[in-house]
Write a protein that binds this ligand. Sequence first.
Ligand code: GDP
Ligand code: IMO
Ligand code: MG
Length: 424
Amino acid sequence: MGNTVVIGAQWGDEGKAKIIDILAEDVDFIVRFHGGCNAGHTVVYNDKTYKFHLVPSGILYDNKICFLGNGVVIYPELFEQEIKDLRAQDVNLSNLKISPLATLTMPYHIDIDGLSEKSLKTSKIGTTKKGIGPTYSDKIARTALKVQDLFDFETLSHRLDDILPLKNSILKNVYDSKTYSKEEILDVCDRYRKILEPYVCFDWQNLIIEFKNKKILFEGAQGVMLDVDWGTYPYVTSSNAVPGYAACGSGFAVSQIKNVIGVYKAYVTRVGEGPFVTELFDEDGEKIQQIGNEFGTTTGRKRRTGWFDAVCAKYTALVGGITQIALTKLDVFDNFEKIKIAIAYLDTRNGEIYKDYPTNTFIHKYLEPVYETCDGWLAKTSDIKKYEDLPENAKKYINRISELLNIPVSFVSVGPDRNQTIFM
Ligand code: GDP
Ligand code: IMO
Ligand code: MG
């Protein structure tokens, strides 16, 4: 079976949810395989805006299974809120399922996320403060709780005897902060169990067997430049956003994955700290931010903006094995006379030109983009449904990106709505 993974190919917020919502119509099963409620995914359909953090963006179709895989981290407090918000919008959640092997974000993870950011002197990450780093750290250190532990009191109690003193010692001795009693955490766990119980799928092995020959869509969060291995480390999230993790974080086999759709914005945005070579600090940057309405879906922070970076884009296509491009937010450039694409970086220290992405991100502060300039199209694209009807300069821009990456563009998005999409 040839299934598809959809990943962000920049620093997140590329419009993945919109593409997933469109593709979900033709699949049976949608699975989130990594990340947590640091994600903010927006789908606009029938004049309604839906915001997802953990729930897969395929949930708007009644007859699809939406699964939160083992690779995901779940903070039940925010999950409960998300469920409430979606219910208030009449979203049917009866097909939502959670892997018992997903990892739990606990209140002390949220505390440590904030405290650790505060204590960093030279390299604050600008996290979403959703406990993501501390939760994944505990997972790797083998000191995390899994969803299934909530349903086995003996295990839970024993695990907390080991884990809680460690966490309290960090809270007290490193940060001089509030600690937690075992009783307090057991009460929290009791509440978390009640929140998650209706969705936990203990029979997940049979679910995988039932769906392995059907159509599966793997939903990525964040973006390759935020991947903990491949991104601008340490200014990254704490999970793997590359498609390689789709099998690991879901329970399906690698051999079941064929296509990788990389979602790229027609420009670049980034929330939080970290290098961003094509970042704009001028009127063009401001214009992109305003027209693109670039505010973080999860934190409301203003997104940093910059021109399309083909050096980064080629790199994420390489390490992500991207086979098709979805190019979003083309309409944001409708009123731009000139649009730039970075095709290389210049090292201002020695004049060296980099055509390939330099992975030592600490030197990025010395790099300047080498741009080529494209003519804008100065026409409205948001009502256009067919590629042939796009202005010539818009076609040239799309084709130039495809040429630079040597990957076909399969979708062009010209507005937030499900219907504002051109299928190539
Ligand atoms: P995700 O995290 O990758 O799913 O993206 P977000 O939902 O965080 O951010 C993308 C934003 O752009 C959302 O507000 C979308 O509704 C909006 N959007 C998606 N595609 C387009 C597009 O083609 N044009 C415009 N103007 N907005 C879009
Ligand atoms: P979606 O799925 C944009 C960024 C944060 C911060 C860094 C680490 O909507 O594209 P974390 O809380 O994960 O430890 O923060 O990663 N970040 C995102 N930026 N979109 C996201 O998700 C993000 N998830 C995390 O801003 O810079
Ligand atoms: Mg987002």
